[in-house]
Design a protein around this ligand. Structure first.
Ligand SMILES: NC(=O)c1ccc[n+]([C@@H]2O[C@H](COP(=O)([O-])OP(=O)(O)OC[C@H]3O[C@@H](n4cnc5c(N)ncnc54)[C@H](O)[C@@H]3O)[C@@H](O)[C@H]2O)c1
Length: 387
């Protein structure tokens, strides 16, 4: 079994190291900050203890997992690794510098991957001498719990290395989907309207946060409403992803961020971690009540769902991923109640087109333009998965 290197022991790197060690690999976890290494180690200890308490792991297995991980300050420890996954700060120049240095240390056939959420894999790969062994391996947070991993070949990645990397991640009890190197890959691209259309309806005064959250959980069946979820993720982080995706799509109106969220992020109203976001989390604060008007709720739920379906269809249209990977990505990566393409079939493709056209007619904004593939398939009486 190959030795696995993980660079960066923050939220993602520590989780990825746990996943690899649980799958039986010896893991080298490197961070240039000793405090980050210590906190990763004690975090893993706590997680293991919790799993033992819950009866999910026996003590010996937990001890073995922890023993398989070594914590190091220097990348020199990666010398004997067969795969290194990078999970450091989201900065193209820093990542490129680090990869140049890494390539001097590892063997020429060592697979090298980035866990970046928003940078171009091919752009990072351009720093490498031997970029045919480089690719994106994008885990979701928290890595040990989320089943989905997006696999993103760079322009430079060879087919054999892509297959090898995917097989390795599959053997870690993960579900992998293949995505083209495009902004947001699959999940972070398609999921944008879940937040932005909810914000838009709030901005227009159609409903308040609590009512929109109620409609999307109780009527549409999402596990968490968009405002509750943004408060969990952090408005600083969620806003940054939206802004990056918007810029990466050359300012396509479909991905336009919201001033409301920007204002919250700028004011430090990050959400739960700040005690204040769309909701007030201070002690004794009461959660506002939703207006449970079913007609209003259905209008809200439908609007968000068709916007999500439109982007899922567009992701297929632009050949970023295939139909089953698109639906798997959203159900396994962000726990959507249904795959969006299957959802489109259920609602009826023509019905989705009509709803999008009605929004476009009303607003005359790019964000509501219907995906040509969706329109074409509706016109031809086709359905997804079964043309
Ligand atoms: N947080 C998420 O939800 C999430 C999800 C998927 C992917 N990602 C991506 O994963 C990567 C890491 O994100 P994170 O949230 O774990 O960040 P984080 O800030 O929690 O951790 C980053 C770690 O990298 C270390 N580091 C920074 N520069 C380094 C260097 N030159 N050498 C060694 N260590 C260095 C830092 O000390 C820190 O411990 C980013 O590219 C991010 O886009 C994040």
């Amino acid at each position: 079994m190959i030795k696995v290197g993980v660079l960066g022991s923050g939220s993602m790197g520590s989780g990825i190291a746990q996943v690899a060690a649980t799958a039986g690999h010896n893991v080298v976890l490197v961070d240039n900050n000793p405090e980050a290494l210590n906190s990763a180690k004690s975090k893993l200890q706590k997680i293991m203890n919790r799993l033992i308490e819950k009866g999910r792991l026996d003590e010996q297995t937990a001890a073995d997992i922890q023993e398989r991980i070594s914590y190091e300050l220097s990348m020199d420890a990666f010398a004997s690794c067969g795969l290194v996954i990078e999970a450091i700060i989201e900065d193209l120049d820093i990542k490129k510098t680090v990869f140049r240095r890494l390539e001097e240390i590892v063997s020429s056939d060592c697979l090298i991957a980035s866990n970046t959420s928003s940078l171009s894999i091919s752009a990072i790969g351009s720093a490498l001498e031997k970029a045919n062994r480089f690719l994106g391996i994008h885990f979701f947070n928290p890595a040990p719990l989320m089943k989905l991993v997006e696999i993103i070949p760079a322009l430079q990645t060879s087919d054999s290395n892509l297959i090898l990397a995917r097989e390795t991640i599959n053997s870690w009890s993960k579900i992998t989907v293949l995505a083209k190197d495009t902004p947001g890959f699959i999940v972070n691209r398609i999921a944008r309207p879940f937040y932005s259309e909810a914000l838009r309806m709030y901005d227009e005064g159609i409903a308040d946060f609590a009512t929109i959250d109620w409609a999307l959980t109780e009527i549409a069946g999402f596990r968490m409403g968009p405002f509750t979820l943004m408060d969990y993720i952090g408005n600083d982080i969620n806003y940054k992803v939206t802004e990056t995706v918007y810029a990466s799509f050359f300012y396509d109106g479909r991905f336009m961020p919201s001033f409301t969220q920007k204002r919250l992020a700028d004011s430090g109203y990050y959400g739960r971690k700040a005690g204040r976001g769309y909701y007030d989390y201070s002690e004794g604060a009461e959660m506002p009540l939703a207006n449970k008007d079913m007609d209003l709720g259905k209008q809200i739920a439908d609007r968000v769902v068709v916007m999500l379906i439109n982007l899922a269809a567009d992701t297929l249209f632009m050949q970023v991923a295939n139909e089953s990977d698109i639906d798997l990505a959203m159900t396994k990566g962000v726990n959507y109640p249904k795959g969006l393409l299957a959802w489109a079939n259920e609602l009826g493709l023509q019905n989705c087109v009509d709803k999008l056209d009605a929004l476009y007619d009303e607003y005359r904004e790019e964000r509501y333009r219907c995906c040509p593939l969706l329109r074409r398939m509706a016109r031809n009486g086709q359905t997804f998965f079964n043309k």
